[in-house]
Design a binder for this molecule. Structure first.
Ligand code: PLP
Ligand code: COI
Length: 371
């Protein structure tokens, strides 16, 4: 399948001075590049349809009918993936076929059409190529890409939309938490982000809306993120509002992470870190990990590190776990040894400093290529 993109260049791109100012302190999700990409789908959910009208155009507001299905019934899914600058100036991305597959997993759950993997990767390539100068090169920095799909049909009946738009926008990114320090985590007992049979495994906007009140509670308690547990499964730990969680048992050389039970996201960072852990001979367990086990493992000293992981945050050490009626101390002071070294290896692969032995990288822009 091929799709050709029409390209309309932004006649008013960010000046070199403005871009330098942004790249000096990119933050996260605050600034957007000069262009965006879109592909449209027309059809019928049952009988199928066709992707067409692939475009690269100046970044700007969308024209959307006020009756567009996404605005009423929330048919929306998204992805998060980064483009990394290598030392020779070339730009690579990391496991894009995994993001393409996960987008389609989400699409199937939200009754949206699947997007062929090659369209997903080509859309990213088009955007990163034309906005190549926006890819930062500082330590821990990358161009964060946000592919997403929305239902655009103007129709108020509740049924899958017959018109859909897939888009990619991009934003230069530094440290998600704005600090390399451990992040305090709020344990939500009042709110759930997902439930059995729901959309927890899909990356859809609704999950983040459902997690928002938990995030607000977190901030009110001096925490940067919220973690959810499942009260129906012995308080099994699930994940954070926007990241997975890893528990490291240093003396046993073991990494434990909640199993993919349908209520949490199949994170690509999680998956990759588990592979790197296995490669080093660490034991990896994907299983139920309860709040009680967390408490006991801290008490007996076997739990030595807890870390969040995701594309935006990479790997970040947990500080305290704070709940309504108790508090758990950090498992380690600062970054734990194993999670920090796994992070370094992962970032090393992504940025071309460590051998890509699993073939995880895809080149987007060659060294010396100027858009
Ligand atoms: N869990 C949630 C809810 C997320 O939003 C993310 C971020 O994408 C992750 C986990 C981590 O997934 P990934 O490593 O693919 O970015
Ligand atoms: C990502 O890591 O890509 C995410 O979607 C997390 C989000 C909280 C920014």
């Amino acid at each position: 399948m091929t799709l050709s993109f029409t390209v309309e260049r932004n006649q008013n791109p960010a000046s070199d001075e403005k871009l330098a100012e942004i790249l000096a302190n990119p933050g996260f999700g605050d600034h957007f590049t000069d262009h965006m990409v879109s592909i449209e789908w027309n059809g019928n959910y049952e009988d199928g349809g066709e992707w067409s009208n692939a475009k690269v155009e100046p970044y700007g507001p969308l024209q959307l009918d006020p009756a567009a299905a996404v605005l009423h019934y929330g048919q929306e899914i998204f992805e998060g993936i980064k483009a990394y600058r290598h030392a020779d100036g070339s730009v690579y991305t990391f496991r894009p076929e995994q993001n393409a597959a996960r987008l389609n997993t989400s699409a199937r759950r939200l009754a949206l059409p699947e997007l062929p993997e090659e369209f997903f990767i080509e859309a990213i390539r088009q955007l990163v190529t034309i906005d190549e100068r926006w890819v930062p090169s500082g330590e821990g920095e990358a161009l964060y890409l946000r592919p997403f799909m929305i239902a655009t049909e103007a129709y108020l009946g509740v049924r899958p939309s017959g018109k859909v738009k897939f888009m990619v926008i991009a934003s230069p990114a530094g440290n998600y938490f704005g600090t390399p320090e451990p992040v305090n985590i709020w344990l939500s007992t009042k709110y759930a982000r997902a439930g059995e049979g729901g959309t927890g495994f899909a990356k859809c906007g609704g999950n983040y809306a459902a997690a928002m009140m938990g995030q607000i509670e977190a901030q009110e308690h001096g925490c940067q993120q919220v973690i959810f547990k499942d009260p129906h499964r012995e308080d099994a730990i699930e994940e954070l509002g926007g990241m997975n969680v890893l528990f490291v048992f240093g003396k046993e050389r073991k990494v434990v992470t909640p199993a993919l039970t349908g209520t949490i996201l199949d994170g690509i960072t999680r998956k990759s870190l588990l592979q790197l852990a296995r490669d080093r001979g660490l034991t990896v367990e994907e299983r139920k990990f309860t709040l009680d086990e967390w408490k006991l493992a801290l008490e007996d000293g076997s739990l030595t590190e807890v870390a969040a992981c995701g594309t935006a945050a990479v790997v970040a050490p947990f500080g305290k776990l704070i709940a309504e009626d108790f508090e758990l101390p950090p498992a380690s002071e600062g970054f734990g040894e194993i999670s920090q070294s796994l992070r370094e290896e992962l970032v090393g692969i992504q940025t071309g400093k460590v051998e890509d032995r699993h073939g995880w990288l895809t080149k987007l822009v060659s060294a010396g290529a100027v858009a």
